[in-house]
Design a binder for this molecule. Structure first.
Ligand SMILES: Cc1ncc(COP(=O)(O)O)c(C=O)c1O
Length: 394
């Protein structure tokens, strides 16, 4: 008997996912960014973007990209260690460090590559990584890549994290890793408790502030500011420009020893072409706008609270108490698909989020609010959700 053709094996694997409601499609949302998109021919209110401050459509970011491309070209031509380090990268890294109140910072092509680089460089074979059970996929992949011993603690359980750290080998690096704001729940990590545990156990604390930067804290500095903490040498902040900052690219900020270690070992930085000048210019302009337009954060806060209130009035349970990520749990993957379809029919685009992005049985519609929304948008989305949920029998 001959071997099964390899493409057939792949086809069967996809079919197995489709059979349990996990069909994936890359859905075009049209050319626009902002409040409205066109999905399958229908103009929809977008309630699924991480552009929390609404900066992706800001004319100053577009102008920054155009000016940088016109002045410096469209590509950086090499990796950072060869000839790809441009003045704009260094200027941005100073700005990131100032923004995060950290002594040093490093710009990466994406947030995903930041996490891969940070975690797999700071911890290696013989070291220990203690990681929250609900950490983002990029942190999970980074743990695997590191070859360090990995211990996963129950979500948000700082006491258990400390127990695991205490069992780590002496004179080796111990890394405590957590999302600052969990991407699918919108909830905050217990950063003060994690930091105390890291201090007592001589561990580095890595916080991925991808969903907090620009949004959380009185001036949008992220989870440390929200909790009234100042960065300290034991803390490494990671983040991204792709969400509230309206651009693309990631960053790590922390002690000079940490940044030096990354420059010497982060393969996702060293073996990838440096971000083009326009990307750095957009990132810099985004950081400046966080300070220059604080009304965006205030507006976002008010709209997020309004959406939560309206969903509660409609008898729908959303996860979390604050912030622009408002997930509505449906349980099964099929139910989340049905609800997403009902929303689309009512002119709202918020796709279903299903395993493995979230745990089995925790499928959901992850609604997100942005500063580009208006109050009437939130009222429309809440009404549509209530109607679609009733129709779906939820
Ligand atoms: C918590 C978290 N970290 C990192 C990333 C990756 O960031 P980027 O999209 O910039 O690669 C994401 C999402 O994309 C995220 O949700």
């Amino acid at each position: 008997m001959g071997e099964r053709p390899v493409l057939e094996i792949l086809k069967d694997r996809v079919a197995a996912k489709q059979a349990v409601g996990l069909t994936r499609r890359l859905v075009s949302v049209g050319p626009a960014c902002g409040r409205h998109v066109t999905v399958r021919g229908r103009r929809c209110l977008l309630m699924a973007s991480n552009d929390y401050l609404g900066l992706a459509g800001h004319p100053r970011l577009a102008a920054a990209a155009q000016e940088a491309a016109a002045a410096c070209g469209t590509g950086s031509g090499a990796s950072r260690l060869i000839s790809g380090t441009l003045e704009s990268h260094l200027e941005l890294e100073w700005a990131i460090a100032r923004f995060k109140h950290a002594p040093a910072a490093l710009f990466f092509p994406t947030g995903y590559m930041t996490n891969l680089g940070v975690v797999s460089t700071l911890a290696g074979e013989g070291d220990l990584i203690v990681s929250d059970a609900l950490n983002h996929a990029s942190l999970i992949d980074a743990c695997r890549l590191s070859r360090a011993q990995v211990a996963v603690f129950p979500h948000g359980d700082a006491a258990r994290a400390e127990e695991l750290l205490a069992q780590g080998p002496a004179d080796r690096v111990k890394l405590l890793v957590s999302d600052g704001v969990f991407s699918m729940d919108g909830e905050l990590a217990p950063v003060p408790e994690l930091l105390a545990a890291a201090r007592r156990q001589n561990a580095l604390l890595v916080i991925d502030d991808a969903h907090a930067t620009g949004v959380w804290g009185a001036t949008g500095r992220g989870t440390l500011e929200h909790y009234g903490l100042e960065p300290e040498p034991q803390v490494v902040m990671a983040g991204t420009f792709s969400k509230a900052l309206g651009g693309l690219g990631g960053f790590a900020a922390g002690a000079p020893e940490v940044i030096e270690a990354l420059v010497h070992g982060a393969r996702s930085l060293l073996y990838s072409t440096a971000p083009p000048p326009a990307q750095a210019a957009v990132a810099l302009a985004g950081l400046e706008l966080v300070d220059a337009e604080p009304w965006r954060r205030e507006h976002l806060c008010a709209l997020s609270a309004l959406l939560r209130r309206r969903l509660a009035e409609a008898g729908l349970t959303s996860v979390g108490r604050a912030g622009p990520i408002v997930p509505v749990l449906t349980g099964s993957a099929q139910a989340s698909l049905q609800l997403a379809e009902g929303l689309w029919e009512r002119g709202i685009f918020a796709p279903a989020v299903r395993p493995p992005t979230v745990p089995e049985g925790a499928s959901r519609i992850r609604l997100t609010v942005t500063a580009a929304h208006q109050e009437s948008d939130i009222e429309q989305a809440a009404q549509a959700l209530a109607d679609a949920a009733r129709e779906a029998g939820l």
